[in-house]
Design a protein around this ligand. Structure first.
Ligand code: DON
Length: 563
């Protein structure tokens, strides 16, 4: 494991909840709308926008800008993200606001003379930064689908940046864990420290320069960010910290509106993100495989259920790593991967009793085993049935750790999601192949999985999660808990999770996920089991006949609120 990856893993683990909180978890309830995010201030802003007549998209955009202020570890102006939008007229959209590789990026930019990946180079500092996409994503969503004036939608974020907010224990914790890396960059310390010390719980964090950037976006639209002063600041900071992003790269960035990916599952339609994220394809493949098995009969947590889940995860992640990449650059057999026929073949080949060694699937892509691990998700629905599912990220907590001088916002380290060297794991242990190699202008493959489950064409479940590669499985497991195991929402969220991603060939499991007998059974089937504190942080909304239920995953600091 690379040194930083280890640090980040500890960070993610420490962000996990104490499972004692779980027993008291109750869903929020509302008949007019529901907002579930990773941050209570952002949730309150979303609800306020809904109450003031905004639709779910207005609320989502307001939440997105607010998170850039109050949740600097993952909310962002300097990162990227994905949006799944369902409108009350039945139309569905996906927005791909993933970062792109700068023009000067090249296939081997993170390798030394011997062809080995240089530790940390794709993770910290300017060279790890992809051209930011989230601001165009937010503005595209608002312009196309929002109904309030942008001034109204951005007002709460601007005010929070100008007047400040009180740093809470969770933010202090993540600042503390990243302190050593944050201290490496002068401009980062300029904005996030006082008297040389990173902000602590109880202190007010005022972000005047960030407020000015937000005002420029409010007045100038995309040009306020992607042209002129801010574009110049981004390029300057990136280059000063070892990167290659130019003003032209920033000017040239565009979010793309796409059709969401759809798959049916037991009579529901599951709508998720197409590439450049792998989330939708993997989720679809796993659901198609699992539709073959009567999971309800075996029950949640039974070894037979887990066996089929793990095998479905293994196959989908193998295909992820072999085939998936930015569709504008590589050809991906999408039709085949998404077809029921392909899933039939896999399902029939799964041995009902024994694990399939990962090495048996695409052995040519597996190199010696190697293990290696913020992002934030929000789900919103309004009183007319418009719904939004957004996952956005800087990649690691605080991304590249570099803050833009003059702008006060963090730049991502999303370049690490490319396969720096096909076959070599990134910080999440994902190996990737040629399809995800670095090329100028290309979007790096993501695991973000903003998802909506539709029933009769209307939102039934709205969900998504942070957590790198674990995102896809965490989303899958909540869907199975609701659809297959008929769990009430809070239970579906609380239920301990597992994770398998083909490589490494191990099953990660949360405390309580595997009772003693199940552990023994899985071991005898050939599985290697590794405990892990928290898998995902799923923000979920369930539409019931009486109203909206919302749950923010107790594994994270989030909050769901309805009205
Ligand atoms: O796009 C991806 O898959 C990753 N950059 C997401 C990173 C993430 O979820 C980290 N959160 N814990």
């Amino acid at each position: 494991m690379r040194p930083l990856a280890k640090g980040l893993l500890i960070l993610i683990i420490s962000a996990g909840t104490s499972f004692s909180q779980i027993s008291v978890l109750k869903p929020a309830f509302g008949t007019h709308g529901m907002v579930s995010t990773s941050d209570s201030i952002a949730t309150a802003v979303g609800v306020q926008i809904l109450k003031e007549g905004g639709n779910a998209v207005d609320a989502a955009v307001a939440v997105g800008f607010t998170l850039a202020v109050t949740y600097p570890q993952a909310g962002n102006l300097g990162g990227g993200g994905y949006y799944i939008i369902h409108l009350k007229d039945g139309k569905n959209y996906a927005i791909d606001a993933r970062e792109t590789a700068p023009a000067a990026a090249s296939r081997n930019m993170y390798l030394d003379a011997a062809g080995n990946v240089i530790p940390g180079k794709s993770l910290i500092g300017g060279l790890s930064v992809g051209v930011p996409g989230n601001v165009d994503g937010l503005l595209t969503a608002e312009k196309r689908f929002g109904k309030l004036p942008i001034e109204k939608v951005m007002e709460p974020a601007i005010e929070l940046a100008q007047k400040g907010f009180i740093v809470d224990g969770r933010l202090q914790e993540v600042f503390h864990h990243a302190e050593k890396e944050l201290k490496r960059f002068h401009s980062t310390m300029k904005y996030f420290s006082r008297n040389g010390e990173i902000y602590r719980q109880g202190e007010r964090l005022v972000q005047k320069d960030l407020a000015n950037v937000l005002l420029k976006i409010e007045k100038g639209g995309r040009d306020g960010f992607y042209k002129g002063e801010i574009a110049e600041m981004i390029a300057k900071e990136d280059q000063a910290t070892g990167g290659v992003i130019t003003v032209k790269d920033v000017e040239g960035y565009h979010a793309v509106v796409k059709e969401p990916l759809m798959v049916t599952y037991h009579g529901y339609e599951v709508m998720s993100m197409p590439p450049s994220s792998s989330g939708g394809v993997c989720l679809a493949e796993m659901l198609n495989i699992l539709e073959h098995f009567d999971l309800r009969k075996y029950g949640y947590g039974a070894s037979q259920t887990l066996h089929y889940e793990i095998e479905a995860m293994r196959h989908a992640f193998a295909d992820r790593d072999k085939y998936l990449g930015d569709l504008s650059f590589v050809s991906v057999p999408m039709k085949r991967l998404l077809s029921k026929a392909y899933a039939d073949t896999i399902a029939r080949e799964i041995d009902p009793f024994s694990a399939t060694p990962s090495i048996d699937i695409y052995p040519e892509l597996i190199h010696p085993p190697h293990e290696g691990t913020h992002t934030t998700h929000y789900s919103i629905i309004d009183n007319e049935g418009n719904a939004v599912s957004v996952t956005t990220t800087l990649n690691s907590y605080f991304g590249s750790m570099v803050v833009v001088n003059g702008g006060g916002f963090f730049l991502n380290n999303e370049m690490d999601d490319f396969s720096a060297k096909p076959g070599t794991p990134n910080q999440f242990g994902a190996i990737g192949a040629e399809a995800n190699s670095i090329q100028p202008g290309k979007r790096m493959l993501s695991s973000m999985t903003p998802t909506m489950v539709l029933k009769d064409g209307k939102p039934f479940l709205i969900l998504g999660s942070p957590g790198g590669t674990t995102i896809i499985n965490a989303v899958l497991e909540v869907i199975l808990n609701v659809i297959d195991f008929h769990m009430p929402l809070a239970r579906a969220e609380m239920a301990p999770r597992i994770h398998h991603q083909w490589v490494p060939d191990v099953v990660y499991y949360e405390p309580g996920a595997l009772v003693y007998d199940v552990k023994q059974s899985l071991i005898s089937r050939g599985y290697r089991l590794v405990p892990r504190e928290a898998i995902g942080e799923v923000q979920t909304i369930l539409v019931t006949p009486s109203g909206y239920e919302g749950v923010a995953d107790p594994r994270g600091p989030g909050d769901a609120e309805g009205y």
